[in-house]
Design a protein around this ligand. Structure first.
Ligand code: NOJ
Length: 561
């Protein structure tokens, strides 16, 4: 839905809810979330006040990586339902005014994808192997991998196959698990196939595509060894290569031809200027703002990220996105409740060594939510963030599912802790996760303490995280000050972020508007001391109560000026 005063496309200012289907809601009672569960809970999302849903992969998959190992890009995994159920979800969401963004995984498929099966059977030198990265091994008997690349999930990035005649054969590249062979984007078949997949889902009503691992698709065809030692900022031979941009130029043409569908890229790059190239005119519309997600809970650090984000937006014309959480990272309540509040995917084991102060983490997560939702651009909310769920760090080893856990021999706990099924109602696990009678246990165990964080409990509590998100999203949608535009920083003491949002001239005069459409000031106090609020301002919303009219530490307020 367009905000008052906005004239651009919906995604420039949208609040987008990330629905990780396996742990959202279980309709059929097998303990795993599915389309029936998601459809039944659509009214909850409408009530929350979001504009769009991003669904993680729902395709047929052996689930070696939670569905990011796809064996058929044009169907739905039976765990989740059928293509007809997916059509129904899209239709029902649209009827509620909610857009649907689906996840496309172009870097790699599943080792059960028919193309990979065909490549194995066809043998070395075949056209079928050209769609992947097959190479002979090095060393005596070809027993060594073709190069020294390591999988992002641990272990070598190459696995060896057995040839049709039973002999030890070639190796194939997989930047993730061995069950996820990388496609060769130099192959015209691969390009044509994915262009067709995009059209398939746009025809079925998808309003946008989230592009998985978007910077990894193009590889240096010489597959050179990486230099020894830590990698510098220079692009690796499998990451952020210039030729990847050709792919997105052709995808953008398809998205435009389909009537302006959204392309949002998962681009994890340390260099902001390199990231900005993905949203150059004629490429992706937006990318996820990971520098913001991983930032410490620190005013100077956050201000720097926000400023850099806005500058890049000015250069590219692409709107900012703001992300606090997703299905790959520790939940904000836990991150902000540790002594080290930054996040790094590669340093999760280290970060898990810090005790978590959940009350502090929750307070900060509330403040972070209001800060985030006041920033100009679109905002992503990962399911459960609106309930204040924390990272579950004590999942029994034998129940863990994440390949990161297995590939690192348990050294890295992986991502199961942010994928625990949502608590909906009741006082005991499974907290209404399954809608069917006599359901199996949820796919990962829920903490008993989540009885206080169920949707039902939080709806009944005016001060809950859920109520805060509902109020913030409602205001964000209704106030013209939050229309597409910029922000103006205000002077503030150390440790405090203060900025104004107001309707800018390019959206027309504001003089016929309600007083509610005057400027909104957002002040986030990340310092250790309470601060005074400007006089003559009305409080619209606070993340924690004011104390004697002052804004306490770890609190954000929205003011009407
Ligand atoms: C990024 C996804 O967000 C993550 O969950 C997945 O494991 C990798 N890409 C591989 O597809």
């Amino acid at each position: 839905m367009l905000k008052p005063g906005s004239s651009g496309p919906w995604w420039r200012t949208a609040a987008i809810y990330q629905l990780y289907m396996r742990s959202f809601a279980d309709g059929d009672g097998d303990g795993i979330g599915d389309l029936a569960g998601a459809r039944a809970r659509l009214p909850y999302l409408a009530e929350l006040g979001i504009d769009a849903i991003w669904l993680n992969p729902w395709y047929p998959s052996p689930m070696a990586d939670g569905g990011y190992d796809i064996s058929d890009y044009r169907d739905i995994d039976p765990l989740f339902g059928t293509l007809a159920d997916a059509d129904a979800l899209i239709r029902e969401a649209h009827a509620l005014g909610i857009k649907i963004i689906i996840d496309v995984v172009p870097n790699h498929g599943s080792d059960r994808h028919p193309w990979f099966t065909e490549a194995l059977a066809a043998g070395p030198g075949s056209a079928a192997r050209e769609r992947f990265w097959f190479r002979p091994g090095r060393g005596p008997g070809g027993d060594e991998p073709p190069n020294n690349w390591q999988s992002i999930f641990g272990g070598p990035a190459w696995s060896r196959v057995t040839e049709p005649d039973g002999s030890p054969g070639e190796w194939y590249l997989h930047l993730f698990t061995p069950q996820q062979p990388d496609f060769n984007w130099r192959s015209p078949d691969v390009r044509a196939e994915f262009e067709d997949v995009l059209r398939f889902w746009f025809d079925r009503g998808a309003d946008g595509i989230r592009v998985d691992s978007a910077a990894l698709l193009a590889k240096d065809p010489t597959l050179p060894d990486l230099p020894p030692g830590p990698q510098g900022p220079a692009p690796e031979p499998f990451n952020d290569r210039d030729d990847v941009h050709d792919i997105y130029r052709s995808w953008r043409a398809i998205a435009d031809a389909a009537g302006g569908r959204l392309l949002v890229g998962e681009v994890w790059l340390p260099d902001a200027a390199r990231t900005a190239r993905y949203v150059a005119p004629g490429e992706l519309h937006t990318v996820f703002n990971f520098p913001y997600l991983i930032s410490a809970w620190d005013a100077a650090a956050l201000r720097e990220v926000i400023e850099r984000t806005m500058e890049l937006g000015d250069l590219s014309g692409a709107p900012a996105t703001w992300v606090l959480s997703n299905h790959d990272v520790d939940r904000p309540v836990s991150r902000y409740g540790r002594a080290e509040t930054w996040f790094d995917l590669a340093r999760r084991p280290y970060l898990h060594g810090f005790p978590v102060d959940r009350a502090l983490g929750t307070r900060r997560a509330r403040a972070a939510a209001l800060l985030t939702m006041a920033l100009p651009g679109s905002v992503y909310i990962y399911q459960g963030e609106e309930l204040g769920l924390w990272e579950v760090q004590d999942i029994p080893d034998e129940l863990r599912q994440d390949p990161i856990w297995y590939r690192t021999g348990g050294e890295d706990p992986g991502r199961d802790g942010c994928r625990v099924p949502l608590p909906w109602s009741g006082t005991e696990p499974p907290f209404g996760f399954s809608l069917a009678e006599g359901a199996r246990d949820p796919m990962l165990p829920q903490p008993k303490e989540w009885r206080e964080l169920t949707v039902a409990a939080e709806l009944a509590d005016e001060d809950s995280m859920l109520r805060l998100y509902q109020s913030a999203l409602r205001l964000r949608r209704s106030l013209a000050a939050f229309a597409d535009g910029g922000l103006t920083w205000q002077p503030a003491p150390g440790g405090v972020l203060s900025f104004d949002r107001r309707l800018t001239d390019d959206h027309g005069p504001a003089d016929d508007r309600e007083p509610a459409d005057a400027a909104v000031r957002c002040i986030a106090n990340l310092s250790a001391a309470p601060i005074a609020l400007p006089s003559e301002a009305t409080v619209l919303l606070t993340s924690s109560p004011l104390a004697d009219g002052m804004l306490p530490p770890d609190t954000t307020v929205w003011l009407r000026l």
